[in-house]
Write a protein that binds this ligand. Structure first.
Ligand code: XMP
Length: 325
């Protein structure tokens, strides 16, 4: 019979057999899949696993802290290496407005940063064999990419745009037989917090592709505040799990006139993009309750300096994509 507990036991035994007394590395992206894969491997081999979390500075509010909390020393398991690369990424993104260029820069810097972390881990491993790379590949990814068992050459399904193809690691993919909802059940059985297990999909390039215009630290801070309010209210309304995703997008190059108290404002709009979907290939805009929309709008315009307008995206996919860039 299928229970999350059985899957955990089965996979823990398999991972121990596969890895033996060698060492493994896992890149945490902040998403559910890599988190559950890492937690499983951590359960199986403890500190033979080193998790790497590249903080590109484009994450949402509290996300990095949640990951550090779930995988930090307090869990008594794997080692966690956090690389704070925010300045590097922001520097590379300065002046860039084209969406594909942003993606390319972020993907490239992510790989470079991860490679540096990897080299450091190998250098500090004192001759112990670092031979395995953990990936949160799910069953639908396996089917999509043709099904072969993974070894040396890594088919890039990594959500920041692909790992370099010269890595000679053997893959550990404990989620290969699972669908998303099963992965969440396994995550819960492993004791991961709801904030991680029920996190909505979030693109690898992060908030970098939710700021229309140049990405700057101030704009990121502003968007983080608006996004945190929208997410908190969606969760408070009990709708977090029904809505597939709700990007909040900052139209940083647009300004409009408003009035607040007794003075005129000239601020930026943010767009709410709540969608319902099965697989992100197609989507419809979510009919959120007016009460909720009103609350989000009031709070954002009152609490986020520089935002004086909240608009709702009512476009399905196609023709619109879920993200704005
Ligand atoms: P679109 O905007 O194409 O998005 O309708 C479909 C799904 O993919 C996510 N997305 C990305 N995920 N890297 C990612 O890892 C990306 O560059 C990227 N762009 C879009 C998006 O959030 C949605 O879930």
């Amino acid at each position: 019979t299928w229970t999350a507990g059985n899957i955990v036991d089965e996979q823990v035994a398999r991972i121990r057999e596969q890895v033996g007394n060698k060492r493994a590395i896992c890149a945490l992206s902040g998403g559910v899949d890599s988190a559950v894969a890492a937690a499983l491997v951590q359960r199986a081999i403890g500190d033979q696993l080193t998790c790497v979390y590249v903080d590109h500075g484009l994450m949402r509010q509290d996300e990095s802290a949640e990951i550090e909390k779930a995988f930090g020393a307090s869990t008594g398991g794997a080692k966690l290496m956090v690389v704070d690369a925010a300045e590097l990424f922001l520097g590379k993104l300065a002046g860039v407005t084209d969406p594909e260029t942003k993606r390319k820069i972020i993907g490239e810097q992510f790989i470079r940063t991860f490679e540096r972390a990897q080299a450091e881990i190998i250098a500090s491993s004192e001759g112990e064999d670092v031979a395995f790379l953990v990936q949160g590949t799910l069953y639908p990814d396996v089917v999509e990419s043709g099904g072969g068992e993974g070894t040396a050459n890594i088919k890039s399904h990594h959500n920041v745009g692909g790992l370099p193809d010269d890595i000679e690691f053997e893959l550990v993919e404990p989620l290969r037989a699972l669908f998303k909802d099963e992965v969440r059940a396994v995550g819960t059985a492993l004791g991961l917090p709801d904030e991680i297990v029920h996190r909505q999909p979030f693109p690898g390039p992060g908030l970098g592709i939710r700021i229309i215009g140049e990405v700057t630290k101030d704009r990121l801070d502003l968007l983080r505040k608006a996004d945190a309010i929208a997410r908190a209210e969606l969760t408070a309304a009990g709708l977090n799990r029904q809505v597939w995703q709700m990007p909040v997008v900052l139209l940083a190059d647009v300004r409009s006139v408003g009035v607040q108290g007794d003075h005129r404002t000239y601020g930026h709009p943010v767009v709410l993009r709540p969608v319902s979907s099965e697989d992100a290939m197609t989507a419809d805009w979510s009919r959120l309750p007016y009460e909720l929309l009103s609350k989000i709008s009031n709070r954002i315009t009152n609490e986020v300096d520089g935002v004086n307008r909240v608009v709702l995206d009512v476009t399905s996919k196609p023709p619109g994509t879920i993200e704005w860039e």
